[in-house]
Design a protein around this ligand. Sequence first.
Ligand code: ZN
Ligand code: ZN
Length: 139
Amino acid sequence: MSSTTGKCLCGQISVSVSKEVLSATDNITLCHCKNCRQSGGALASVSVIAPESTVKISGVPKIYQDVNTDSGKPLERAFCGNCGSPIYTASPNVPGIQVIKLGLFDEIPKPGMESYCKARPPWDKPVDNAKQFNTMPTK
Ligand SMILES: [Zn+2]
Ligand SMILES: [Zn+2]
């Protein structure tokens, strides 16, 4: 299975994701929720929703248990303990899935959906043809 590799800012952690998973537009998501903004220090987080079996992580990320979530269920936010780059999020609600941060990669595929659009600042525009959700859609 051919894959693409991204890495954190310092390079201690690298992540490979299957190209097949990356090529499906519906797997690429932009999240505007405040937790994603705060954890990434960014306008939004752009990620690929990937089955764990299609992901290979080298290095050991630190895990922050994000308990202040919309669903009330804690979310695991993995990040590099050295440089702080967000690596992935995972939820006990959806076992076997890792939501990999695409900011780590050289190329970022166009998102097919956006979640928590209600939190998008008024001056920021939706991505053309991306499905819009005001919370996190359940797959
Ligand atoms: Zn790092
Ligand atoms: Zn989010």
